[in-house]
Design a protein around this ligand. Structure first.
Ligand code: IPM
Ligand code: MG
Length: 388
């Protein structure tokens, strides 16, 4: 906010030259950012993203106020549960939340001896649900500089690909009733997959909106040859499509989509799909870029609030070794600036800094290739922050 106040301006010679309008820059309101460091490599990669946000704060004279929030194993260790009511309430008070990763080694960590509803992942599902974050956007694109890391053949890669998975995040199989009982002496487990048309409509609208800002193509993915929930999905997506005549819509069965992602990823712009299909396909999409350590994600609702996290997990095997690639988290911070804080210019600057560092040949170990300069987590953060 600028406040204009009349006053005499002193020239550098010391003479008061004339009365003019003096601009007094009143400090902009600070944005409140929730910080979930989480488990495994989470604290390390979030530390680097905060370094970058610090640089953004200085460069764009925008104050950020941070609230630390415990989630996952980190919360279990302190409170005995993966998400407390207080932590959820604290997240709701923020303009946006930046998250690292949660969870540990499922075979060795004591967290996985707890009942399922008290494990780290339950906390992540609960915070998504509690914050109403129904739209999960996971971009997957091939960096020119990292083409060597792409596991696909040269002729498939061509001049690269750039797609985004729009995954429904608070419905479907991951949130339906589940139970394990004994039926006629046999252990029997049931999980239920439920969607109502409103849940489908709101994610479809987000998918089409994103497509309008991109190449205007939506591939809606379902299993309509088998599932009722998918037949409803298809019907509602077709209805929503009527409001977006410029967008080309096609429907694809999920098994075919899994195959098409490795056969010809270039055909996709926006992949719109339900929770579990999106969970699986987004891992596949990120792996075909060859650099899961590079991919960010945003979980959104109506309005500007969002939770931003890398697409990858907590990598407990390399935690604490200063080896993890912080780029996905730094790019998630860029998405946070863009979608929640409306700081597009700063977001562009962060993304450009990442590209610049790659161009200069710096690589963390996961994306290392011959002739490049290997660097640690903290070095990568410093290099990117220095280029903003
Ligand atoms: C993801 C993860 C989570 C999910 C797990 C950890 C619950 O796989 O963000 O993709 O399935 O949503
Ligand atoms: Mg997943």
């Amino acid at each position: 906010m600028n406040v204009y106040k009349p006053g005499n301006v002193k020239h550098k010679t010391g003479k008061v030259i004339h009365r003019r309008i003096e601009i007094e820059r009143v400090k902009k309101m600070a944005f409140k950012i929730g910080v979930i460091r989480g488990d495994g490599i989470g604290p390390e990669i979030v530390g680097e993203a905060l370094k970058v946000l610090q640089k953004v704060s200085e460069k764009y004279s925008q104050e950020f106020e941070y609230t630390e929030i415990l989630l996952g194993g980190a919360s279990i260790d302190v409170h005995g549960e993966p998400l407390t009511k207080e932590a959820l309430a604290a997240a709701k008070e923020c303009d946006a939340v930046l998250m690292g990763s949660i969870g540990g080694d499922t075979t060795t960590s004591p967290w996985y001896k707890l009942p399922a509803n008290l494990r780290p992942e339950a906390g992540l599902l609960a915070i998504r649900k509690g914050l109403g974050l129904f739209a999960n956007m996971r971009p997957a694109y091939l960096y020119e500089e990292l083409k060597d890391a792409c596991p696909l053949k040269e002729e498939i890669i061509g001049d690269g690909f750039d797609l985004v998975v729009m995954r429904e995040l608070t419905g479907g199989l991951y949130f339906g009733d589940r139970k394990t009982t004994e039926e006629n002496g046999l252990l029997t487990a049931v999980d239920t997959l439920t969607y109502n048309e409103e849940e489908i409509r709101r994610i479809a609208i987000r998918g089409f909106d994103i497509a309008m800002k991109r190449r205007k193509k939506v591939t809606s993915v379902d299993k309509a040859n088998v599932l009722d929930s998918s037949r409803l999905w298809r019907k509602v997506v077709n209805e929503v499509a009527e409001d977006y005549p410029e967008v080309e819509l096609n429907h694809m069965l999920v098994d075919n989509c899994a195959m098409q992602l490795v056969r010809d990823p270039k055909q996709f712009d926006v992949i719109l799909t339900e929770n579990m299909f999106g969970d699986i396909l987004s891992d596949e999409a990120s792996m075909v870029t060859g650099s899961i350590g590079m991919l960010s994600s945003a979980s959104l609702k109506e309005g500007s609030f969002g939770l931003y996290e890398p697409s990858h997990g907590s990598a407990p095997d390399i935690a604490g070794k200063n080896l993890a690639n912080p780029i996905a988290t730094i790019l998630s911070a860029a998405m946070l600036l863009r979608y929640s804080l409306n700081m597009d210019e700063a977001a562009d600057a962060v993304e450009a800094a990442v590209k610049q560092v790659l161009k200069e040949g710096y690589r963390t170990v996961d994306i290392m290739s011959e002739g490049m300069t290997q660097c640690s987590t903290t070095e990568m953060g410093d290099l990117i922050a220095a280029r903003i």
